[in-house]
Design a binder for this molecule. Sequence first.
Ligand SMILES: [Ca+2]
Ligand SMILES: [Ca+2]
Length: 219
Amino acid sequence: MKRISTLLIVISMVLVFAAPVWSTYGSVVSGDDTYSGAVTVSFAESMVSGVTVTVDVIVSDSDSIQAAMLIPVYDSDVFELLDFTFNTPGALADVNEVDAVILWEAPADPNGHIASFTLKAKDDAAEGAYEIGCNINVRNENDELYSMDATFGRITVKNKVFGDINGDGKVNARDKAALTTIIKNGEFLEVADLNFDGRVNARDKAVITAIIKGTYKPA
Ligand SMILES: [Ca+2]
Ligand SMILES: [Ca+2]
């Protein structure tokens, strides 16, 4: 009987979390604001379009909680959410396209590295600096709802550079070395096919040599 009642509680909480009110939920709606917590995404890095980056969600100074809804924040014109993973032992977790829910059967300490998500900068992403973050709405053991304070990070997106095979935004001897390895291994990588003939070979090496020397002329 005890098992059934636990199950019922879990199911009813899932239903509450699935209610649309959560998607528009703002800050504290009940309680005395005694509860607190902060979520941080600290990130300051450059990436090139087409490349992925994994962002860690860190919770600090939080009281124990029963459930949390994590809403990753990013510009969907620029980024695509590829993956969302939890680092929360003993919790039930569910992810859909817009948010992610974590549910504990008993009040739990959520502090620490609670989740990670992976973003891909779209191939046609506009260059610029973009805020990324994660909002967390919480239900505590007294059934009170509140939002954690959120600190966002920042990613600078740069366009792909022709000849930048290792994706660091520059074209230099390292890319030539990367190309040599690709040829040696008999691999095909689109980014390394610099004359667009569907193969990666010595002709592409001639192109990258010319780019580095500054003598490259597009055909
Ligand atoms: Ca490079
Ligand atoms: Ca080629």
